[in-house]
Design a protein around this ligand. Structure first.
Ligand SMILES: [Zn+2]
Length: 1071
């Protein structure tokens, strides 16, 4: 339910993000859960960085804080403020009506944190000061729903649609377009709604804060029924002769959520665990219940809960703390105290005295063996009250031990059992008032459901009785400590991950400082483990909270190929009844209202209104691209890139191997080859020992393929990247282990390989349902260029089909598969054509050289060359992938370079603008899709349009086709143009932690993007004119005339489309 930034696509890191879809797990398995969250976020945005506005996973799933040992802002050294500084701040705050409640120095994030209370309203403010330039603000309200109408979620969307000071359609979109934000979004949790922003630029930061505060306290939506209709739900009737349909952004978003089996499972689990409190309903909204919501209830919910008395406000970073209170008091002083904080209190769920069992059906396709597609999950409500910090830490640790890596026993035993394809349930979840634990399998045969439940219970019992290997405990401890030390939150601001941690307690009126300070309890836990042994620490916890706990819910989900169409039929029937009850007058009125809403949605805001959204000016923008220090040298004849950056004693290393001499038929095996390297054993070590060794000595190793087009070249860029990280003292171990993984691992473990195939298949099927836009995009790419074709072989529909047939072959043809894996190794692994990339402080870089030299010496000198040419492309026709879904994903794309367009930086500005205006307005706002966006891959020249959770099909393509007309007629004043340019620079200059800077620089090197080119593009971006927009119309017209269409859609919608345009699509059924 987040709103997620659209289209970060056009930055120079396009190709980097493009690598995500096919990269197996990356560091996630070696990181704590918050980082898992970050990874997951990335993965969901993944395909070519396309985000989708406001997204998908239930935030409590998404924002798991669990292994609650996160941020320590160590990479930004900071000194304690002097006493004078602190007291000066509190003077200003006190003058402005805030009282200081408590203050603490938090060494874990080198920050001074002060908790204030706004005296008049009781609003609570946490003001955290350190010298992190990536400043964060957030305001959070407790918003417990009483039903599944989705009020909190619809409100979360709606308050961002215009406010008192910013009376335009969507100030949020204006900020997306024209600010330098490093984070801009909103999340709905089951019990709270959270509005965070971040920026490294002071002026920009305060602009964002002001827009957000005005939005939450004074939104237009509480007076504007049309916003409620647009974001929530409404009846749509274009012509009284036609059928009525439901429309609404949240309505369609949730239909998408309810089409995904994994989401259905986690929702049912939560509701069954909490039948008696607010978590027993869906704050996101059940599409069958959303239409029961009235505008009156909606307004009342806002009045009651969006009040300072019910607010928790967070500021973090290196800005002037006084300024924070000046901004806040201007808003808060306008309110009196209310009883909201009492009314929003979350009741606890009392523990059951007996376990419960729930059986539900989920919508499935009719392809394949239905009997083998059951899902089983065991869930526990761990406690009738929140955990104390010590128990929380212990449980987080235990969770990592049981499930954190492929070698972890609970995960491994479940997968090795062969009873299912992939794990469901995410282990511990302590984001809500009471902690939960869940684990299960999907792809289970009907007859094995009971066996899975028994296996889970037996394994847990065994772990409680026997304890864990000391090596495993040591590996988990090192992984956790490493991730704390590194504090790598990826693209997620550090201050925001701290805020979410603190909020996990604060929102329930517990101590907000406590979650920030884990150092001592962690030391204590370590000391206990070394003194008493790990069994004495973990077994009692496992027994008390899981094994002896009767509050257990077993969920079984059965595939039902009829369910999707049944639900669709029910909805139709419902709407027909509604229509039957209407008089002719009513119908005319509804048609009129539909028309009026559409006109309102499609009419742009007047320029005066747009001007009220504060923005920077071009003078505030640095003229040069972000510089990443790069020294190119050579070790033993291999090119080495070194980036001297402060990394707090961590070395990040990438070894890159050329893939271009691989036989084309082996390409689809590459992702499985990469997984095998990390998850099979060597002659001397089984894979568990190898994984534990990696966990004990390093911060993690990952291996994945990377593919992209290179501008101006026919041959694609195609590599395998091995990525690793370690503390400076462990660099030798890191390179030894990278060598072990690459050269010593035996690719002969048939049983493990079989599991990889099933897991990958399950993952691909999940992507197809949840990220159909990504699948469509990769399919279009595969029709347009070779790099796209290669990627699709390793991560698209072709890959899924490959996995489906491979699953059947593993038993009969293992010898030949195993030797193909060896052949891949021989084709990739050699000094020739390889490259090393290193990121760390200068001193570490120098001391690393000898280890790199040894690593390279051990590689084969030359590769086994084969004469291969990769010129595969998929057939160029329009295609529709049919899956069981209630919403569609629609794409259209063409290669602009092949149609004569020459790259200019203005294309970045224009594509972003098309996405944020034309497509946003037509595909999302009036079309009712959850998202509509475009992407220009500047490396290949492919320009593509995509929609996300879209109720339409052909209609969306028509919108795409009219983009050129939109550009030809465009009127842009200076202000709008400036905002468009600044927003684009914000994307290009996206905030990166040091490891990401080094990595982006590597990708630019591989893709031949020089510093001169970056400077040139930046100048072109900064000097973009309206004329460029109009000229770009010619370029995008190529998509209209020559573009290829790929949709992922429901069978019904394809039939309807074909009744309008017969034979338009070639139809392909995969699920
Ligand atoms: Zn949403």
């Amino acid at each position: 339910m987040e709103r997620v930034v659209l289209l970060r696509s056009l930055s120079c890191t396009t190709a980097c993000r493009r690598a995500f879809p096919s990269r197996p797990k990356l560091f996630a398995r070696h990181l704590s859960s918050l980082n898992k969250h970050v990874q997951r976020t990335n993965r969901s945005f993944s395909l070519r960085n396309r985000g989708c506005p406001r997204f998908i996973l239930a935030p409590h799933v998404l924002l798991r804080r669990s292994f609650s040992l996160t941020p320590q802002a160590v990479a930004t050294p900071s000194s304690k403020p002097t006493p004078q500084e602190t007291s000066r701040t509190s003077d200003v705050a006190e003058k402005l009506g805030f009282e200081r409640v408590s203050e603490e120095w938090v060494p874990e994030c080198k920050a001074n944190a002060v908790l204030y209370r706004h005296k008049k309203t009781g609003a609570q403010v946490m003001s955290v000061s350190n010298d992190d330039e990536n400043k964060v603000f957030g305001i959070v309200f407790r918003t417990p729903p009483k039903d599944s109408t989705g009020i909190p979620h619809i409100l979360e969307h709606s308050v961002l649609c215009g406010s008192r000071k910013y009376p335009l359609k969507e100030p949020f979109v204006e900020l997306l377009k024209g600010s330098l934000h490093t984070f801009l979004n909103a999340f709905t949790y089951p019990d709270r709604t959270c509005y965070p922003v971040a920026s490294t630029n002071n002026k920009d930061f305060y602009n964002l804060v002001d827009v957000y505060l005005d939005a939450v306290f004074f939104p237009k939506c509480v007076e504007d029924f049309q916003t409620f209709q647009q974001e929530g739900w409404h009846y749509e009737l274009n012509d009284p002769a036609e059928e009525i349909s439901y429309k609404g952004v949240v309505f369609n978003e949730m239909k998408g959520v309810y089409s995904q089996p994994d989401n259905i499972l986690s929702r049912i689990s939560q509701q069954a665990l909490f039948p008696d409190n607010t978590y027993g309903v869906d704050s996101g909204g059940d599409p069958r219940v959303i239409p029961k919501l009235t505008f009156e209830e909606f307004k009342e919910f806002h009045r009651k809960y969006y009040h300072p008395s019910n607010a928790k406000i967070w500021f973090y970073g290196d800005d002037d703390p006084d300024e924070r209170f000046r901004i806040l008091s201007a808003f808060l002083d306008q309110f009196d105290a209310s009883s909201a904080a009492d009314e929003s209190k979350i009741d606890r769920q009392r523990l059951f005295s007996d376990p419960v069992r729930v059986v539900e059906k989920y919508p499935a396709g009719d392809a394949g063996d239905l009997k083998k597609r059951h899902m089983v999950c065991l869930n526990w409500l761990l406690s009738d009250e929140p955990f104390d910090l010590e128990t929380e830490l212990t449980f987080g640790f235990l969770d990592h031990l049981m499930l954190g890596t492929p070698a972890s026993p609970l995960r491994r035993i479940l997968l090795e059992s062969g009873l299912g394809d992939a794990i469901v349930g995410g282990g511990i979840d302590d984001e809500l008032l009471q902690p939960q634990f869940s684990i299960g399998l999907k792809g289970v045969s009907e007859d094995d459901v009971q066996k899975v439940e028994e296996l889970i219970m037996n394994t847990l019992n065994k772990l409680a009785d026997e304890g864990f290997d000391e090596e495993a405990v040591e590996a988990s401890m090192n992984t956790i400590e490493f991730s704390l030390r590194e504090n790598n939150t990826g693209s997620f601001p550090r201050g925001l991950s701290l805020m979410l941690r603190s909020m996990g307690k604060w929102i329930y009126d517990m101590d907000p400082f406590e979650p920030l300070k884990y150092e001592k309890p962690l030391e204590a836990l370590k000391a206990r483990i070394s003194k008493e042994g790990s069994k004495a620490v973990f077994s009692p916890v496992l027994k008390k909270y899981i094994l002896d706990n009767p509050h257990r819910v077993a969920i079984e989900m059965q595939p039902d190929p009829e369910k999707a169409s049944k639900e669709e039929a029910e909805e139709k029937e419902m709407l027909q009844k509604v229509k039957a009850c209407m008089t002719e007058e009513d119908l005319a009125e509804l048609a009129q209202a539909t028309q009026e809403l559409r006109i309102k949605q499609e009419t742009p805001d007047p320029p005066e209104a747009l001007k009220c959204v504060p923005s920077l000016s071009l003078q505030d923008i640095p003229k040069k691209p972000i510089h990443v220090p790069t020294e190119i040298g050579e070790i033993n004849g291999v090119k080495v890139l070194k980036h001297d950056l402060f990394t707090n004693d961590v070395l990040y290393a990438e070894a890159v191997f050329d893939m271009s001499s691989l036989k084309p038929e082996l390409i689809p095996l590459v992702p499985l080859f990469c997984q095998s390297l990390l998850e099979m054993g060597t002659k001397d070590m089984d894979f568990i020992q190898l994984n534990q060794l990696i966990g004990r000595k390093t911060g993690g190793i990952s291996v994945y393929p990377f593919t992209s087009s290179i501008r101006g070249k026919d041959e694609p860029c195609s590599h395998m990247i091995v990525r690793g990280k370690a503390m400076a003292g462990r660099v030798e171990d890191l390179f030894d282990l990278m060598n072990t993984v690459l050269q010593q691992v035996q690719l002969t473990d048939q049983q493990r390989f079989k599991q990889f195939v099933s897991q990958s298949k399950a993952r691909m099927e999940n992507r197809l349902r949840g990220s159909g836009h990504g699948i469509a995009a990769s399919r279009m790419d595969a029709k347009l260029n070779v790099a796209g074709w290669i990627s699709e072989q390793m991560g698209g529909i072709s890959y899924l089909e490959f996995l489906q047939s491979l699953e059947k072959q593993v038993d009969q043809e293992w010898e030949s598969i195993s030797s193909s894996l060896e052949e891949i190794r021989r084709s990739l692994l050699s000094k020739e054509g390889s490259l090393i990339n290193l990121t760390a402080d200068g001193k570490i870089l120098s001391s690393t050289e000898k280890h790199v030299a040894r690593f390279l010496d051990l590689l084969p000198r030359e590769k086994a060359t084969a004469n291969v040419s990769w010129n595969g492309l998929l057939s160029p026709g329009h295609e529709c992938i049919v899956i069981p879904t209630q919403v569609n994903y629609v794409g259209k794309a063409a290669n602009l370079y092949e149609n004569g367009y020459q790259l200019n930086g203005s294309a970045y500005v224009i594509s972003k603008y098309i996405g944020n205006t034309w497509l946003w307005d037509r595909v999302r706002v009036s079309g009712g899709a959850y998202g509509g966006f475009c992407d220009f891959d500047t490396h290949s020249g492919v320009f593509s349009y995509l929609s996300y959770r879209d109720p339409n099909l052909l209609k969306t393509i028509d919108v795409y086709d009219r983009t050129a007309d939109f550009l030809r007629e465009i009127e842009l004043d200076e202000d709008c143009l400036t905002k468009a340019i600044i927003g684009t620079i914000g994307d290009v200059d996206a905030y990166q932690l040091p490891d990401a800077k080094g990595y982006s620089s590597l990708l630019r090197h591989l893709l031949g993007v020089t510093e001169e080119e970056r400077q040139k593009r930046r100048e072109e971006i900064l000097s973009t004119s309206v004329k460029d927009f109009r000229e770009f119309a010619e370029a995008v017209d190529a998509v209209r005339h020559k573009g290829v269409v790929v949709a992922v859609a429901s069978a019904d919608d394809v039939t309807t489309a074909h009744s309008e345009r017969s034979g338009f699509f070639e139809v392909k059924k995969v699920l």
